[in-house]
Design a protein around this ligand. Structure first.
Ligand SMILES: Cc1cc2nc3c(=O)[nH]c(=O)nc-3n(C[C@H](O)[C@H](O)[C@H](O)COP(=O)(O)OP(=O)(O)OC[C@H]3O[C@@H](n4cnc5c(N)ncnc54)[C@H](O)[C@@H]3O)c2cc1C
Length: 523
């Protein structure tokens, strides 16, 4: 049996580890096809200390990433191979827990934090109503249909939206899932004390160690290999892949697939059409849709493959667009001022949201070093704008049209660091990263828009990644991709245990009690 995995992001790599470890497949029988030059998908690391590092994604995890940590328990860490990636992750978080004292800051530099997060009685009842509404009744419904305008002005919503990515026009179904999944975080939303992060950037913390584990086991990695299409055996009612068409170095090769082989396809990427700018150049928008092209082809005339147009395409961009930016600095002024403002040392402060900024900026000051090989005296911090199509307040341009220097200037002026502006600008390189689909897993959807990990009738085809339907779980996470891969492999090969159940706060008495205190307004 051969296994063909389309997509070399976290999900594809997780599938390969799972096949070897849980399903007894030989690494030499596994091939991973990745369209990009490098493995890792959205979890990438680019640039350098000289040109400015590029880290497109954030670092928000929790202890209930059950499939992920099951997998990472097997993988030795990059910095200390005596430890697993999982053990290193938890040890780091125990040593350096988040204690965010200044999650939301207003334009005057004041910390915003009030009683029960500003929720009115009606807001709290509306939240309960949404959580208790069955998912079957939430097809195509938006969050804003369930709440009054007041709810969207509360501290609760601001914390939620900037930590998780939700907007009022997004999916009520996904918010309901989030509420259930993260119910236990409610009381500590503002200090982020149960939120975990990687000891290093996610590429070096997760992706590289997985590749290092897979490579000596004989897994074939084909990078710059784009799977254009696949063929199916002519059998009515059955979906049996018999061919993959792969484009590499300008040539298209057809790969024969036997009925007993396995094909696992990643259906899309939140990092699709990612483009990077520089200190002096805004990112140039890219719109070629490579990561979902195969899904679009598969879905043509076949309803079991769902509806990719719900998540991708020009019409989706306004509801899913983010601009993130990474700042590499050799000065200390920025970090010193931030520590003074927030009362937190680098790495312990979580997110800092500048609530009055037009782009709705959030910043994260990493524990240093964030990157293996980062030179001494160099620090790295990160930020993103939830509304990159709006104009800045000091730089009157859309964020997605700004250079790194313009973004950095807007941040510094928002923070009222005008006195240090020249020094910080001179010692920093800010690299913006345009992500038109970063937030598309939140867009309003129906239950059939995402196909199942094994579509009806499929005998050797599994679908993985963030655009398949995995009941109860939330898609803006690597956990979702790890779970989808495990589920598809389990259903197709029937080897090993099924994935563990998704954590549900509603069935956790401690979480429920703590959340009820927030709802009841006693906290
Ligand atoms: C800004 C941002 C912040 C994030 N923050 C977090 C976070 O804090 N915590 C968290 O858990 N998750 C976070 N995520 C989500 C995380 O990045 C994803 O969960 C993870 O990358 C999903 O892995 P994947 O393999 O399913 O998809 P991806 O990582 O997107 O990889 C999919 C890969 O498949 C390839 N591919 C697709 N089609 C083909 C084809 N036909 N041929 C060949 N290759 C193909 C693509 O090129 C891509 O490399 C964030 C994402 C973004 C964008």
């Amino acid at each position: 049996m051969k296994a063909h995995i389309v997509g070399g992001g976290f999900g594809g790599l997780a599938a390969a580890v799972h096949l070897i470890r849980n399903a007894g497949v030989s690494g030499e029988d596994i091939t991973i096809y990745e369209a990009n030059e490098r493995l890792g998908g959205a979890f990438s690391l680019g640039g350098s200390a000289q040109s400015g590092y590029i880290l497109p994604t954030s670092s928000i995890f929790d202890a209930q990433f059950r499939c992920t940590f099951d997998l990472l328990e097997t993988i030795p860490s990059a910095t200390d191979p005596a430890l697993s990636v999982k053990d290193e992750f938890f040890a780091f978080n125990a040593r350096h827990p988040y204690h965010d004292r200044a999650h939301i800051i207003d334009r005057s530099g004041h910390i915003v934090h009030g009683a029960h997060f500003g929720l009115s009685v009606r807001d709290r009842l509306d939240l309960v109503r949404l959580v208790l509404t069955p998912e079957a009744m939430l097809d195509g419904r938006r969050i804003e249909e369930f709440f009054s305008p007041h709810f969207f002005s509360t501290e609760f919503w601001l914390l939620w939206a900037t930590t998780m990515g939700s907007l009022p026009q997004h999916s009520a179904m996904e918010l309901r899932r989030y509420m259930n999944r993260f119910l236990y975080l409610f009381p500590d939303l503002s200090d982020m004390s149960h939120v975990l992060r990687t000891p290093l950037n996610q590429y070096q913390a997760f992706i590289e160690p997985m590749v290092v584990w897979l490579r000596p086991r004989g897994v074939h990695f084909l990078t710059s290999a784009f799977v254009l299409d696949m063929g199916f055996a002519p059998s009515p009612g059955r979906i049996t892949v018999n061919r993959l068409d792969c484009e590499r170095d300008g040539a298209v090769t057809s790969i024969a697939v036997a009925p007993e082989d396995l094909v696992l396809v990643t259906l899309g990427s939140q990092a699709d059409d990612l483009s990077v700018g520089s200190m002096n150049e805004a990112p140039r928008p890219r719109r070629n849709g490579q990561s979902w092209a195969l899904w679009k082809r598969l879905a043509q005339g076949r309803t079991v493959f769902g509806n990719p147009d719900v998540f991708f395409g020009a019409a989706r961009v306004p509801d899913s667009h983010w601009v993130t930016f990474t700042v590499t600095t050799t000065g200390t002024q920025f970090l010193d001022r931030m520590c003074a403002l927030t009362g937190s040392e680098p790495g312990s402060g979580g997110l800092v949201t500048l609530k009055d900024s037009g782009w709705l900026l959030s910043l994260s000051i990493f524990h240093q070093p964030e990157i293996i090989g980062q030179p001494r005296g160099t620090s790295i911090w990160w930020g993103y704008g939830l509304y990159p199509e709006r104009k800045g307040d000091f730089v009157p341009k859309r964020m997605d049209q700004c250079t790194g220097a313009e973004i950095l200037e807007e941040v510094l002026r928002q923070l009222r660091f005008d006195g240090q502006l020249d020094a910080i600008m001179a010692s920093s390189i800010c690299v913006p990263c345009d992500l038109p689909y970063a937030n598309n897993i939140w867009v309003k959807r129906s239950r059939t828009d995402r196909p199942r990990p094994v579509p009806e009738g499929a005998s050797n085809l599994g679908l993985i990644g963030q655009y398949v339907e995995v009941p109860r779980d939330i898609a803006f996470t690597i956990e979702y991709s790890a779970r989808a891969a495990w589920e598809a492999i389990h259903l197709l090969l029937k080897r090993g245990p099924p994935p563990p159940p998704v954590y549900q706060g509603l069935y956790d008495p401690k979480a429920l009690f703590a959340a009820l205190k927030v709802f009841a307004g006693t906290r």
